[in-house]
Design a protein around this ligand. Structure first.
Ligand code: ZN
Length: 417
């Protein structure tokens, strides 16, 4: 006899911020879609049942800051499935590694070839992130082809969802507003958001700091940003971030948030725990949890990538790590789940096809997390530490209803204390 369901996830705590759902439920999947969420579903009606009691069942996690143009972007590019489905993340947004010129290759060799759902915020510069971002000299307004980039957006609306910009002292000093002016033109015509990296990108010589101080970056780029655009690296300790030297949030940042500009965690290597503490005291929180994982901030061995000894584990990067970080500093679970699911869907993807929700009928992109209790030490790159007693750890995910174990080499538990 035909079964009603392909799969039932049985007895988990199901949290779906979009539908204000939070409770113990069974969830059923058929033909890659979510077909039922109820207090009790008959297990005999399913081909397969997975017991998820004491686990969290949430919409498939979304990483809005991924680097997954492997090989093309040198040390930056990870395999999409490592940071994606093998880490419990069903949707990735590649940030700035792909340009109009390399987008067709990205579509064929990453978007269509990997298990993950993958989108991209395009780089404005012609070469994108080719070779890793090791060649600052190619970040010039002369390599921004407005026409070609607009054509790329038009030809690939399902993949190209926005544009990356690096608010970076050296190029602003050399070229002024020339690059960001072109980027504004592109995003206005393509009707997509702009994602702006803040904080020193390359270690700069003293002359640059003298001529174009890091504090000037924000006042230079902000006039080009609009409601719906996003600033990255909330708690970066690099020069030119969101805080004054005394730890207060800059008034221009307050102004930006009030005008509808969003803040992404952009965890990466520069997140500083002291700034997390100070930021939270002032209600300065990200809306989304970009992980910004690349070979510089992990120790994962890739035979084709030589990090020159710079690769290292920085804490435990990933979207779940972003939730764990904020929870360690007192942000409640109910507030961090939307940051990993419904918020990035709305801000980066415009909620297409129910991604970021558990809507009945939506694609069955679902993350299941272990909700662990114990004592673990989280560490930042300046060796600041915080002890946490609760940890969310990806157990598995479904992408379009297909099961993927969370067995990425990137996933490891922090040190137990
Ligand atoms: Zn990045």
């Amino acid at each position: 006899m035909d079964k009603n369901y392909d799969l039932i996830l049985k007895g988990g705590r199901v949290i779906d911020p979009t539908n204000q759902l939070d409770g113990v439920h069974d969830l059923a999947v058929k033909a890659g879609r979510i077909v039922a969420i109820e207090a009790h579903l008959d297990p005999s009606q399913a081909i397969k049942v997975i017991d998820v009691r004491h686990k969290l069942v949430i919409p498939g996690m979304i990483d809005p800051h991924a680097h997954v143009f492997r090989y093309i972007t040198g040390v930056l590019g990870m395999d999409a499935d490592w940071v994606g489905v093998q880490s419990g993340v069903t949707t990735l947004v590649e940030q700035g590694g792909v340009s109009a010129a390399t987008l067709p290759g990205f579509v064929e060799y990453v978007v269509n070839a990997k298990a993950n759902r993958v989108h991209a915020f395009l780089a404005p510069y012609a070469a994108g992130g080719v070779g890793g971002f090791s060649y600052p000299d190619q970040f010039t307004p002369g390599t921004i082809d407005v026409e070609a980039t607009l054509k790329a957006f038009e030809a690939n609306p399902q993949v190209a969802k926005g544009m990356k910009f690096w608010a970076e002292q050296a190029s602003l000093m050399k070229f002024g507003e020339a690059s960001i002016r072109k980027v504004r033109t592109i995003v206005d015509q393509a009707r997509v958001p702009m994602y702006v990296h803040m904080g020193e990108l390359w270690r700069l010589p003293a002359e640059v700091h003298a001529q174009f101080p890091a504090e000037k970056v924000l006042e230079t780029v902000l006039p080009f940003m609009r409601a719906g655009d996003i600033f990255a690296h909330a708690y970066t300790d690099r020069l030119g971030g969101f805080f004054n030297a005394d730890g207060s949030v800059r008034s221009l940042v307050r102004q930006a948030i009030a005008s509808g500009i969003h803040i992404d965690l952009g965890y990466g290597a520069a997140t500083n725990f002291n700034l997390v503490r100070q930021g939270l005291e002032q209600d300065f929180l990200p809306q989304t949890l970009g992980a910004d994982i690349h070979a510089y901030n992990t120790a994962i061995k890739d035979p084709h990538i030589d990090t020159g000894g710079r690769g290292r584990f920085n804490g435990h990067p990933g979207v779940a790590a972003g939730m764990n970080l904020l929870m360690a500093f007192g942000v409640p679970l109910e507030q961090v789940i939307p940051m990993a699911t419904s918020n990035p869907a709305r801000i980066f993807l415009r909620e297409q096809d129910g991604v970021g929700t558990l809507n009945i009928g939506a694609a069955a992109d679902i993350t299941v997390l272990d909700d662990l209790r114990g004592r673990w030490r989280l560490t930042d790159t300046s060796d600041d530490q915080v002890i946490t007693e609760r940890l969310l750890q990806p157990s598995f995910c479904l992408k379009d209803g297909l099961y993927h174990a969370a067995d990425s080499a990137l996933l490891s538990l922090p040190e137990q204390v």
